[in-house]
Design a binder for this molecule. Structure first.
Ligand code: ARG
Ligand code: ZN
Length: 881
């Protein structure tokens, strides 16, 4: 990774896959740990699988010694070039030992072994997925080489009192010279990307857990002393996750200990290393004073996600990195199901689909578009994407829907049983699900290979004479990079038909003798297909893709009143919300086209005003209904993007909504919610906070003075972070001058609390308008800002570039040039982070001409540089296309 791109980047292709030439029967690792220098002795028991020399991956390693079957090899007896150590061997088995040195404190890329925190107080840890292990020792660093591991750690006892590695503990002791040692044995064969170690001064909280199959497990969560009291919620979440996986999937934990560690220095969210999960602190720590309700939910979800990987990822892993979604899509789906069970299922579905539309649809509509299973890559770290994760989860959901609850469980059981201890493929997965149910799921494979979001168009025609309703479904997927022609995919469409009074009609398809239910799923398999429903008394309103049954964009020409009907009556909570989103889309179009007083806006605003006074509707759902699609999602509603116009139109529709509900009604409801304010984490309290926030925003839009007063008061009185941050955000948008003191107060109050400060940076990075870039540049000069910390970079630069369209896409291109400059600086430290931030340029081609030209100039210039990492070069090359 950190090698610069002056060497031509090579492309890895799925079609070139070959099984490993040598297997590793066992590996013993011995670490002599030090911050500046760590020595690693790796002893590999190798077994021949093909007539080829041994080839081990290794990057940035200082090779000290190499032994073959106990004999030290001299130069000339091996080749070390281009990150590969090659040794020719005669027999079919051998023991190869290497001793290398690495430099953790110099590792700013946070891949391999590195230092988190300061030299004096920080700790050592590893991140190996995808290809970090080769930065630790020479090894066949690919996921289809599985081995048992024995790991011995040695280090100074005072500086590194805690020594951890994955597996069961197998002894520890003093070395007599101020150093100590600890050994761990992992009996479950695993690939190198699941290896981990942690060493340093850490505190812990612990809990005893007994699995359903009777294993006593010690659970430990480790963190630095100043944050250890914020780990309890993660521990509760872990226990709930373990229980849930036993009940929902029959999966038990399989070691005697389970460690979880929090770090502030991490490139991604978290990592499922066997027996030793490592988390970005952002997804592990939670307390009411510094975490929002959303963050609590994220902690619960990410703890579950990493835990669930123990089966979907670790016991059954991936044959190669093209299969990444085999573990990630599946684990996201499992995590979503868990969260739906722990919280509200319809709200969870709304949250997941919103994320898909906000993050994955734009990715799939631009030059970075790729299939859930890509066919080639030049840097695998750039494929940990919304497509592989979130769209991958939608594909699993379709399969689960196809098989039904019990059929899916039977299929999962067979998958785990058949492939336990193996490195599997997507075909293996579909094969196991299909075999367990006697069905052929091969048609779904096309979803994994084809990029782009399919458009599903639906056209209904009612025949009064025959009392029939004919629904014509068509699909089309736009061309994408490398895929000019797209095939039709199996698209499951769950649907209901409503009459004018909002009653769901019994459904009888042509040729059937009786109606089966008021909801059913039809599957569109070809480019188009008609479904004819009988015994329909009047033209119905179709509710399509209920629960978002397929990850497509629905194109159906609804009249505003039809959407309003669904918004009022649809029993499917997701579709009810989605009808509101579609109606909001029409309202947006009208506002953009200069008709804020038109019928669409009135239909949307009046329908919501009606729901607003309906006491039966849940606060959280109402808050979601009152939130139209965001500025990013709205981009696709016009051929060319002008962020200022999009924002102005969206603000206009929100103002129309506020006046339809009426300031008095908003105010009364806000006051009653405020009167009930508490720090409680129960669902009702969270829902009240969420609704309160929406109402405050709406009030501030129609009456800035009142909004200012309410927000300032809410900030001062906030019992927890959710209310505090919401008030601060509204205040900063509505009355920038009045926000200055509270912003300074927040900065001071949370000095030293990294996660709270990240929110402070992110909040300000999102403030729209002309002053945005200057504000971000001023924030870069804050003492707490550093390019070395990924969370901080994401909070300020990432948030600005990705979620502040009017600020980042300012017409003069100044923000593009500024970001390009920062990308080069970040890249020199941490290529993965630079590459991720650079994806903000993904949509440049759809900008209006002036901005497009400005962005293009910057992207082209950057893409032409020869001194950037493979990670950043790859993103730029694809974005510039
Ligand atoms: N497997 C991790 C997860 O739980 C993500 C690791 C990402 N690592 C990377 N280098 N991109 O989703
Ligand atoms: Zn994952």
């Amino acid at each position: 990774m950190s090698d610069r791109s002056d060497a031509p980047t090579s492309v890895i292709r799925l079609a070139d896959y070959r099984p490993p030439a040598w297997a590793v029967a066992h590996v013993a690792l011995e670490f002599d740990l030090g911050i500046d220098r760590t020595e690693v002795l790796a002893t590999l028991e190798l077994v021949r699988q093909a007539d080829e020399p041994i080839r081990l991956d290794g990057e940035g390693l200082e090779l000290l010694e190499l032994h073959l079957d106990g004999r030290r090899l001299g130069e000339g007896e091996y080749i070390l070039a281009n990150g590969v150590l090659e040794v020719g061997v005669d027999g079919d088995r051998c023991t190869l030992a290497t001793r290398v040195a690495v430099r953790p404190a110099e590792n700013t890329a946070f891949e391999g072994l590195y230092l988190s925190g300061s030299r004096d107080a920080g700790f050592l840890l590893t991140q190996c997925e995808a290809e970090g292990f080769r930065h630790i020792t020479f090894y066949p660093d690919r996921p289809d080489v599985l081995s048992t591991f024995t790991v011995t750690l040695r280090a100074d006892k005072a500086r590194f009192p805690v020594l951890l590695a994955g597996g069961n503990p197998d002894g520890a002791g003093d070395l007599g010279d101020g150093r100590h040692w600890a050994r761990f044995v992992d009996p479950h064969p695993k690939p190198s990307y699941l290896f981990a170690l942690v060493a340093g001064r850490l505190e812990r909280i612990s809990r005893d857990y007994t699995t359903a199959d009777g294993r006593a497990v010690a659970l430990h969560i480790w963190a630095e002393a100043d944050v250890i009291d914020r780990c309890d919620y993660a521990m509760d979440s872990l226990e709930r996750s373990m229980r849930w996986d036993e009940q929902a999937y029959g999966r038990n934990y399989d070691l005697d200990v389970f460690h979880v560690v929090a770090t502030h220095d991490f490139n991604m969210g978290a990592m499922e290393n066997k027996g030793l999960n490592i988390f970005n602190a952002k997804y592990l720590l939670a307390d009411p004073d510094s975490s929002t309700d959303d963050e609590y939910r994220h902690v619960e979800a990410v703890v579950a996600h990493e835990y669930f990987h123990n089966w979907s990822g670790n016991r059954v892993t991936c044959r190669d990195w093209f299969q990444l979604s085999l573990k990630e899509g599946l684990t996201v789906f499992r995590e979503q199901s868990f969260s739906a069970d722990m919280n509200s299922a319809p709200l969870k579905r709304i949250e997941d689909v919103s994320l898909l539309r906000r993050a994955q649809f734009p990715e799939d509509a631009g030059p970075l578009s790729h299939p859930v299973r890509p066919s080639q890559y030049s840097e695998i770290n750039n494929f940990y994407t919304a497509t592989v994760y979130e769209k991958g989860a939608e594909l699993v959901r379709m399969l689960a829907g196809h098989l039904g609850h019990q059929g899916f469980r039977k299929g999962m059981d067979l998958y785990f049983e058949r492939h336990d201890g193996q490195a599997a493929t997507i075909e293996d997965y579909l094969g196991a699900l299909g075999d367990a149910n006697g069905v052929d799921l091969a048609p779904y494979l096309a979803w994994y290979g084809q990029a782009g979001t399919p458009r599903l168009s639906a056209e209904g025609r009612y025949d009064e004479g025959k009392r029939r309703y004919r629904l014509l479904l068509r699909q089309r997927t736009p061309a994408s990079a490398g895929q000019p022609n797209k095939q039709p995919l199996p698209v499951p469409v769950r649907l209901s038909l409503f009459d004018a009074s909002g009653r769901a009609l019994p459904l009888r398809l042509e040729g059937e003798t009786q109606a089966s239910a008021v909801e059913r799923t039809v599957v569109l398999t070809g480019a188009e297909q008609a479904f004819v429903f009988e015994d329909i008394d009047a033209a119905p309103v179709p509710s399509l893709l209920r629960g978002f049954s397929a990850p497509v964009i629905l194109e159906c020409e609804y009249a505003p009143r039809e959407l309003a009907l669904l918004l009022r009556h649809d029993a499917d909570g997701f579709n009810r919300w989605d009808a509101g989103q579609q109606l909001a889309g029409l309202a947006y179009d009208a506002c953009r086209d200069g008709e804020p007083a038109g019928a669409a806006v009135a239909a949307w605003a009046d329908a919501l005003a009606g729901l607003f006074s309906d006491a039966g509707i849940d606060d959280a759902l109402l808050a979601e209904l009152l939130t139209p699609p965001g500025e990013i999602e709205l981009v696709e509603r016009q051929p060319e993007r002008d962020p200022e116009r999009i924002r102005a139109a969206r603000q206009a529709m929100l103002r129309a909504l506020a006046s339809a509900i009426g300031t008095d009604a908003l105010r009364t409801r806000y006051d009653s919610l405020r009167a009930q304010a508490s720090a409680g984490l129960d669902a009702a309290s969270q829902a009240r906070r969420q609704l309160k926030r929406r109402l405050l925003d709406l009030l501030a839009l129609v009456d800035a003075n009142e909004g200012k007063a309410l927000a300032a008061a809410q900030y001062d009185a906030a019992p927890g972070m959710t209310d505090r941050l919401a008030a601060l955000a509204t205040l900063a948008v509505t009355a920038p001058a009045a926000a200055e003191a509270p912003l300074a107060h927040f900065r001071e109050r949370y000095d030293g609390n990294a996660l709270a400060l990240d929110k402070w940076f992110a909040l300000q990075a999102q403030l729209p308008g002309d002053g945005a870039l200057a504000r971000v540049q001023a924030l870069e000069r804050d003492d707490a800002f550093t390019l070395k910390n990924p969370n901080r970079v994401q909070a300020l630069l990432g948030t600005f570039a990705r979620t502040n369209p009017t600020g980042f896409h300012r017409a003069d291109g100044a923000a593009y040039r500024w970001l390009a400059d920062r990308l080069v600086a970040i890249d020199a430290l941490n290529p993965q982070v630079a590459a991720r931030v650079a994806t903000a340029f993904n949509g440049w081609k759809r900008l209006e001409p002036a901005r497009r030209e400005a962005a293009h100039a910057v992207v082209a210039e950057l893409a032409g540089r020869k001194d950037l990492s493979r990670d950043l070069t790859d993103i730029l090359a694809r974005v510039a296309l």
